[in-house]
Design a protein around this ligand. Sequence first.
Ligand SMILES: *[C@@H]1O[C@H](CO)[C@@H](O)[C@H](O)[C@H]1NC(C)=O
Ligand SMILES: *[C@@H]1O[C@H](CO)[C@@H](O)[C@H](O)[C@H]1NC(C)=O
Ligand SMILES: *[C@@H]1O[C@H](CO)[C@@H](O)[C@H](O)[C@H]1NC(C)=O
Ligand SMILES: *[C@@H]1O[C@H](CO)[C@@H](O)[C@H](O)[C@H]1NC(C)=O
Ligand SMILES: *[C@@H]1O[C@H](CO)[C@@H](O)[C@H](O)[C@H]1NC(C)=O
Ligand SMILES: *[C@@H]1O[C@H](CO)[C@@H](O)[C@H](O)[C@H]1NC(C)=O
Ligand SMILES: *[C@@H]1O[C@H](CO)[C@@H](O)[C@H](O)[C@H]1NC(C)=O
Ligand SMILES: *[C@@H]1O[C@H](CO)[C@@H](O)[C@H](O)[C@H]1NC(C)=O
Ligand SMILES: *[C@@H]1O[C@H](CO)[C@@H](O)[C@H](O)[C@H]1NC(C)=O
Length: 493
Amino acid sequence: MMPTYTRLLATACALATTANAVTPLVVKGTDFVNSKTGDRFQILGVDYQPGGSSGFSKTEDPLSQPDACLRDAALMQSLGVNTIRVYNLSPSVDHSKCASIFNGAGIYMILDVNSPLYGGSLDRTNPSGTYNADYFEQVFGVIEAFKNFPNTLAFFSGNEVINEDSVYAAPAYIRAVTRDMKDYIAKNANRSIPVGYSAADVRPILLDTLNYFSCNLENSTSSRADMFGLNSYSWCGDSSFKTSGYDVLVDDFSNSSLPVFFSEYGCNLVTPRKFSEVGTIYGKEMSAVFSGGLVYEWTQEENNYGLVSVNSSDTATLLVDYDNLKIQYSKLDMSSIESSNATQTSREPAACESSLITNGTFLNSWDLPTRPTKVNDWISNGYTNATVGKLVTVSSTAIPQTIYDSNGNKLSSIKYSVLANDQSNVPNNETSTSTSSNSSSSSSSSSSSSSSSSSTSDSHENVDTNGATAAAQMSASVLCLLSGVTLFAAFLL
Ligand SMILES: *[C@@H]1O[C@H](CO)[C@@H](O)[C@H](O)[C@H]1NC(C)=O
Ligand SMILES: *[C@@H]1O[C@H](CO)[C@@H](O)[C@H](O)[C@H]1NC(C)=O
Ligand SMILES: *[C@@H]1O[C@H](CO)[C@@H](O)[C@H](O)[C@H]1NC(C)=O
Ligand SMILES: *[C@@H]1O[C@H](CO)[C@@H](O)[C@H](O)[C@H]1NC(C)=O
Ligand SMILES: *[C@@H]1O[C@H](CO)[C@@H](O)[C@H](O)[C@H]1NC(C)=O
Ligand SMILES: *[C@@H]1O[C@H](CO)[C@@H](O)[C@H](O)[C@H]1NC(C)=O
Ligand SMILES: *[C@@H]1O[C@H](CO)[C@@H](O)[C@H](O)[C@H]1NC(C)=O
Ligand SMILES: *[C@@H]1O[C@H](CO)[C@@H](O)[C@H](O)[C@H]1NC(C)=O
Ligand SMILES: *[C@@H]1O[C@H](CO)[C@@H](O)[C@H](O)[C@H]1NC(C)=O
């Protein structure tokens, strides 16, 4: 037995020098579960698209700027988030730092493989003309970019492709893309990363959509979706399980054979949003059927769904919705959320047959398109024109931006913390004390001279904090070196 202090030091050194990692999740029946412990995982998520759909180009996307990711991961840790969804990603930029930052914070990623650029998605009005090799450079490129991160929870093959404008054959093409992605992952990644579809809440065809993607197709088993996301905004203000129509969703999805969750929720017809649906989504009425959901959306954009307002690259302000969501998350009983229910985790998918489809406008056959030769070659040999991400150690954890709370008070100590190995983030685990910095010296906000002097003292505080952190890190490294020498000496003895 090593002496306690040596073990502590060894642990500290391991924490300082290795990239801690979340445990990959797997799909088991209708649940996401932790691949090591078997504990059930429910998504406490936010949709993450800073800058909206225009916050994206070939060279810049939401996971390409480490400073912004660090700020957001720290704020999400404090909020209690365990998953983000990112819509638009470029295979040619390096996501290693951002993905590692979210991994260290215990936050998983659900990634859409499509992009808004020309050729970056299936055209719902012309799927046969856009199901081609050009499109798969984007699809396989995103898989390559993210396949090596333990916190890659899943990929979405499509988002709301099926709607009133989509052509009759569209579902077969989405199912084909799902097949091609799963075949690619099986051949070219080290673990089986789930693939699913994110549906619009079009009630007359919702069950048809679910059934179309989740049924078992004997001649193409890999085309079956692993999970199903629903974008739904039917709970507005102080609604209820019945008034919102969530009860209908639970009935509709109660027989599903795969995990179902809200890939977007958070109606903003009544503001500020109180997120009173959170207790219901994770409570006994829904949690047997739903695996949680993702709130739309992290940053404030023109459509007014934000939790955080990013005023500039160096300041951000928490909005009331952030506070309200945090209050709701903090009431959740994580131990019941994480316990699994063995009886519901195994449900055989129905075989695909036309009787599964009830609405005459919805495709009721599964004659999937054959894939282009080049796509077949990439599946066999790998797609090599992408920036393959890999987990890196998060070395700089000081938040470079100034953060204000929803009252406009500066937050003095937002902190990013790397969680222990195998941990994911949970509510009520304040790694950062995000109390506002209402110090007596800055309490007067009426005079401009006083507020300017308070901001000066605030920036001094910041420097001090960063200095202290740097000093702590340095002494940790020195300790590691020393303990390394000690352990080596002990080994020699
Ligand atoms: C699997 O992981 C190993 C070790 O990280 C790596 O060398 C190998 O290339 C990976 N294989 C694939 C198919 O990604
Ligand atoms: C669920 O399955 C039960 C029993 O097989 C069936 O009676 C019910 O209609 C199904 N519900 C849905 C929404 O498919
Ligand atoms: C940032 O934006 C929010 C929301 O638009 C606003 O209320 C706040 O005053 C801004 N903060 C700063 C420091 O500019
Ligand atoms: C497990 O799930 C089944 C089916 O949804 C339900 O009837 C049962 O009450 C659940 N058991 C527990 C302990 O939650
Ligand atoms: C079938 O779906 C379409 C499109 O969503 C809808 O307008 C129509 O009312 C549905 N028909 C029936 C009989 O449910
Ligand atoms: C696979 O099975 C489906 C449903 O039975 C059928 O429509 C389709 O033509 C079959 N595809 C092939 C390539 O045999
Ligand atoms: C590889 O990707 C880059 C950037 O996306 C693109 O400009 C280039 O044309 C691609 N090269 C090939 C051989 O496809
Ligand atoms: C809670 O926070 C502490 C650091 O303050 C961290 O060590 C621990 O891993 C966290 N636990 C979870 C489950 O996030
Ligand atoms: C901070 O000060 C503002 C106004 O000066 C006040 O509204 C707010 O409640 C204070 N917050 C705390 C946590 O004391």
